[in-house]
Design a protein around this ligand. Structure first.
Ligand code: AMP
Ligand code: MN
Ligand code: MN
Ligand code: MN
Length: 286
C-alpha cells in the first residue's frame, strides 16, 4: 500500500447551499474534528459554497479541493457525476451548472401537485422552509417537510413511499447529459468522478455502457469507498476501477447529523491497489 492511500480524504458531502443541513463552516469544523486531512464540499449542481468551504478548510488547517455533484440523465436514470479540483471561476462550468439547476422549481411545483392528489397539501411551501438556496429545491427538502408534519417517521421512508419512481411525488426530470457534465468539469481543469455507482438500478450492460461512455468523454475516476456502498461493493467497484483504468475516490456523502448514517471522515481507507483520485489533482489541492 502506498502512503497516499492511507489519507483521510472525504471528497463528497453537502451543505445548506444544496440539500445538507450544515453550513460550509460547520462541515469544515466537523470534518477536521473527525480527522479529515483533505476535504471537498460537493453541493448538488452548485458551487456557491466553494469560497466559504475553502476558507473554512484553511482556517482548520485542512487541505481542500473544489467540488460539485452534477445531476445527469443516462439511460433513463439519474446518475451523479462528482467534479473535483476544477477552476470555480470557469464560465462554461458555471453556465452548465446554472442550466442544470433550471427547472428544479417547476419540478418541485409538479411534485407538490402530485402529493396534493394523495391528500398532502402545501408541500411546495413546506419544502421551501427547509431550503437554503432557492435555486436548489430538492427531493430532500420535501422529505424533511413530510417528516416534520408526521406523514413519515424518517426521510428514507418518505423516499420509499412518495418520492421515487411510480410514487405520487415523483416527477421524471431531464438533467444534464453525461457528455456535458464530464466536459464542463474537465475543461475547467477538474477531474470527473462517477458517484456511488452501486446506487443506480442498471443492468450489467447499462452499467458497462455508463463506464465506457464516461471514460470516452474524459472521465477519470469512480467512487469506490462511499457512504452509499457496502463492504462487498467496495470490492466490486475496486475491480471495476481497475478494469476501466480509473482512479478511485472516497467520500461519505454526508448531509446531516440527524439523517446521515456515515459521518465525515469515518469510512475505511481506499484499497491499496487503487490509484487515489487526489494523485491526479496534486497541483489543484489548496
Ligand atoms: P434530487 O436531486 O432533488 O432528485 O434529490 C436527490 C437527493 O435525494 C439525493 O442527493 C439524496 O440526498 C436524497 N435521496 C435520494 N434517495 C434517497 C433515499 N432513498 N433516502 C434518503 N435520501 C435520498
Ligand atoms: Mn443529496
Ligand atoms: Mn448523489
Ligand atoms: Mn451526494
Amino acid at each position: 500500500m502506498t502512503p497516499q492511500n492511507i489519507l483521510n480524504a472525504d471528497l463528497h458531502c453537502h451543505s445548506v447551499v444544496s440539500d445538507g443541513t450544515l453550513t460550509p463552516e460547520a462541515l469544515a469544523e466537523r470534518a477536521h474534528a473527525n480527522g479529515v486531512e483533505l476535504w471537498a464540499l460537493t453541493d448538488h449542481d452548485e458551487i456557491g459554497g466553494q469560497q466559504r468551504a475553502a476558507a473554512a478548510a484553511k482556517a482548520q488547517g485542512m487541505h481542500y479541493l473544489t467540488g460539485t455533484e452534477i445531476s445527469v440523465t443516462f439511460a433513463g436514470e439519474t446518475v451523479h457525476i462528482v467534479g473535483l479540483g476544477f477552476d470555480a471561476d470557469n464560465a462554461e462550468l458555471r453556465q452548465g451548472l446554472h442550466s442544470t439547476r433550471n427547472g428544479r422549481r417547476e419540478r418541485a411545483q409538479e411534485m407538490s401537485d402530485g402529493l396534493a392528489k394523495v391528500g398532502i397539501y402545501g408541500a411546495y411551501e413546506g419544502a421551501l422552509k427547509f431550503v437554503g438556496n432557492p435555486e436548489l429545491i430538492s427531493r430532500t427538502h420535501f422529505a424533511r417537510f413530510l417528516v416534520e408534519t408526521g406523514v413519515c417517521k424518517e426521510t428514507a421512508d418518505v423516499f420509499r413511499k412518495y418520492l421515487t419512481e411510480g410514487k405520487p411525488g415523483f416527477v421524471p426530470h431531464r438533467w444534464a447529459t453525461l457528455q456535458n457534465a464530464v466536459g464542463w468539469i474537465t475543461r475547467a481543469h477538474g477531474v470527473a468522478v462517477i458517484a456511488h455507482p452501486a446506487r443506480y438500478k442498471f443492468t450489467p450492460n447499462e452499467e458497462y455502457a455508463l463506464f465506457t461512455e464516461f471514460k470516452a468523454h474524459g472521465g477519470q475516476a469512480v467512487e469506490v469507498v462511499t457512504g452509499s456502498h457496502s463492504a462487498l461493493e467496495y470490492v466490486k467497484y475496486a475491480e471495476t476501477a481497475m478494469e476501466f483504468g480509473l482512479a478511485a475516490s472516497r467520500g461519505s456523502d454526508f448531509h446531516s447529523p440527524d439523517e446521515s448514517h456515515t459521518d465525515l471522515g469515518t469510512l475505511p481507507f481506499l484499497p491499496g491497489t487503487l490509484k487515489p483520485v487526489w494523485e491526479l489533482l496534486a497541483d489543484r489541492i489548496q
